[in-house]
Write a protein that binds this ligand. Structure first.
Ligand code: UD1
Length: 346
């Protein structure tokens, strides 16, 4: 297939590009090489046979040029991270939502009907917890006073008692808790509006915590695995927030790429959301220990610090992806962590 890959010069984009090429697709990349991501200003040389168009999805002319002759789009171009500041809001709304709107309008003009977009597990907010009395419940936002008192677990919203763990399925109501999450949810809705009107298909890939070679580091938007690796390489202990018991599903970027390309190839009608996780939740504390061991570095320090926008636990049920697209992750957590620890420093 002739595939337009937006954001193909980014961390996930480069792995998706490799996978698309391995699968025999013809790929054109549209990427703005935004300076907050490509900070060294060196640009990005595309692999042989790949056309790079430097441009912004918010620019209708750039979309028109990039979409000409394409059969499918994988849309990864976005501002990532958590939204560390309210001042980031306009950029999330513009880069992620206005950008997606412009791309969708272009796809309608060019009759490109197949779309795979990067979404995120953050659209579920605090996810789902299990109350002994009230069953599956949706915890509310954690109060700053509770966090300040080191009371990190969100309680049952009905009785206030402690909750057990549950995996989040795609059908639970979305509940974004920060600007990034809101922008990802809006992208999904714009895409589904487009699909209905223009007769297109959408696969929204709700990525869990992605890690692996090429991960961005040393910025406020870097994921925790990159932050810990950088600290350890500088001989410092990883600083684990809260009590380290917050659960995530760390999924390797090559598995993210294979899931994304499977969706691009197989989803040809309707609107579908897929959680993309390894299926094995880990705690942030556990991950810090694994990296410290792999790098023979100092033991992690549990700081009790917190970030108000953080959710406590978020773990996906990725069965739908396995069942409907025949996908399975291939990188085990210990192997992936060892690889991350020993990858060359960019
Ligand atoms: C991450 C991604 C988000 C993605 C989501 C999918 C980043 C920055 N965020 O959000 O884009 O949509 O996964 O699930 O990549 N922590 C520490 N020490 C630190 C930094 C963080 O202990 O120095 C803790 C945080 O408190 C949090 C956990 O690590 O509990 C994960 O943080 P982070 O890597 O920022 O990711 P998410 O918020 O899960």
């Amino acid at each position: 297939m002739r595939v337009l890959l937006t954001g193909g010069a980014g961390f996930i984009g480069q792995h998706v590009l490799t996978r698309l090429l391995d699968r025999g697709h013809e790929v054109r990349v549209l990427d703005s090489l935004r300076p907050d991501v490509h900070r060294d200003g060196k640009g990005w040389p595309p692999p042989d046979g790949v056309e790079l168009q430097i441009g912004d999805v918010r620019d209708a002319a750039a979309c028109n040029k990039a979409l000409a002759g394409m059969e499918a789009v994988v849309h990864l171009a976005a501002k990532v991270g958590l939204g560390v500041d309210i001042a980031d809001m306009p950029d999330y709304a513009s880069s992620n939502d206005a950008g997606t709107g412009e791309l969708l309008a272009g796809m309608a003009r060019h009759g490109v009907a197949r779309l795979t977009i990067a979404s995120s597990m953050v659209v579920y907010g605090e996810g789902v917890g299990l109350c002994a009395e009230h069953g599956a419940v949706r915890p509310g936002p954690r109060l700053e006073a509770s966090l300040a008192a080191s009371d990190f677990e969100p309680p049952c919203p009905v009785c206030g008692k402690a909750l057990g763990t549950a995996l989040v399925g795609e059908s639970v109501a979305l509940d974004p808790r920060n600007a990034y999450a809101t922008s990802k949810m809006a992208q999904e809705f714009y895409a589904s509006n487009w699909a209905r009107v223009a007769g297109g298909s959408v696969a929204a890939m709700r990525y869990h915590n992605v890690y692996g070679p090429g991960m961005p580091r040393d910025t406020p938007y870097a994921g925790v695995a990159a932050i810990f690796t950088s600290a350890l390489r500088a001989g410092k202990a990883p600083r684990v927030f809260e009590d380290g018991g917050q659960r995530r599903d760390f999924v390797h970027v090559r598995d993210i790429a294979s899931a994304t390309v499977a969706a691009c190839e197989k989803v040809t009608a309707g609107v579908h959301a897929f959680n993309v996780g390894s299926g094995t939740p880990r705690t942030v504390g556990e991950m810090a220990v694994a990296l410290a061991k792999a790098l023979d570095g100092p033991e992690p320090v549990v700081t009790g610090q917190y970030r108000l926008g953080d959710v406590r636990h978020i773990t996906a049920d990725s069965e739908k992806l396995r069942r409907e697209l025949g996908w399975a992750p291939s990188v085990e957590f210990p192997d992936g962590m060892t690889e991350l620890a020993h990858q060359p420093v960019a």
